[in-house]
Design a protein around this ligand. Structure first.
Ligand code: PEP
Ligand code: MN
Length: 271
């Protein structure tokens, strides 16, 4: 691919590993889990404790939500970030949260360990530049209409600001298929590995939007070689203020984590 000065695979095959408070993205297999949105202190702490107990290594939760409708729940903003900070203190899990506005990047970075740039903002070039200047680790999700080359060029915007801590997340693209929320493109896992040294994660929650598909797609992502997963979990999904149909219960998440461990052990045996 042309013009990928910083994101393209290196001649010696060396891959990026990002250390976030001892969690090695691109080194260890890492599951990021937590609610779609931070809704209250109780909901976030309960969920955070459950995902930590099941073996998640990072906590996700949106305080700024990019919603289709301006009348839908938009997130708790600063209050949500303070709740995430408390959840990090109580569980020890580093926090991943989305930033949607260039003006918020530097101060949100004071609360979050990783800043997420969502699918809808993948090509928001001023946001990418600001994220690069923040020096924080950045989780860059694939835009829902984007090619691999466009996606890697967006990573390039962040890298070009001198921030090498970028990792990618496949979260499904828009196709003619409407059965699933998006078409999860797992072929991007080996494609990113071939073209780039950046770690690549998979989000089966937004990628399918269907509860029963999260486990098989998570297992498939591991088999495809993903460096980690980002999964939505809610302590009481039926009461969720966003994405209630795709959030796993803590019990379902714990079962999934057990299957992931067994699959990874089996893959280790295969060599
Ligand atoms: C999210 O992870 O909270 C999210 C909104 O995902 P995406 O940007 O992939 O839709
Ligand atoms: Mn969501």
């Amino acid at each position: 691919m042309k013009n990928l000065k910083l994101s393209a695979s290196r001649p010696d095959g060396a891959r990026t590993v990002i250390d976030v408070g001892g969690v090695k993205l691109g080194g260890d297999f890492v599951v990021i889990a937590g609610p779609c949105s931070v809704e209250s202190e109780e909901q976030t702490l309960r969920t955070a404790e459950a995902v930590a107990a099941a073996g998640a290594k990072m906590l996700r939760g949106g305080a700024f939500k990019p919603r289709t409708s301006p009348y839908a729940f938009q997130g708790l903003g600063l209050k949500g970030l303070k709740i995430l900070e408390k959840a990090r203190r109580e569980t020890g899990l580093p926090v991943v949260t989305e930033v949607v506005d260039t003006r918020d990047v530097s101060w949100v970075g004071e609360y979050a360990d990783v800043l997420q740039i969502g699918a809808r903002n993948m090509q928001n070039f001023s946001l990418l530049r600001e994220a690069g200047r923040s020096g924080k680790p950045i989780l860059l999700k694939r835009g829902m209409h984007s090619t691999l080359e466009e996606w890697l060029n967006c990573a390039e915007y962040i890298l070009a600001e001198g921030n090498g801590q970028v990792f990618l997340c496949e979260r499904g693209i828009r196709t003619f298929e409407t059965y699933t929320r998006n078409t999860l493109d797992l072929s991007m896992v080996p494609a990113v590995k071939a073209e780039s040294h950046l770690p690549v994660f998979v989000d089966p929650s937004h990628g399918t939007g269907i509860l029963g598909m999260i486990e098989p797609m998570s297992l498939a992502a591991v088999a495809a070689g993903a460096d980690g997963l980002e999964i939505e979990v809610h302590c009481d999904p039926s009461s969720a203020l966003s994405d209630k149909d795709q959030q796993l219960t803590p019990a379902a998440f714990a079962l999934l984590m057990d299957k992931l461990r067994r699959l990874r052990a089996f893959m280790g045996e295969l060599g």
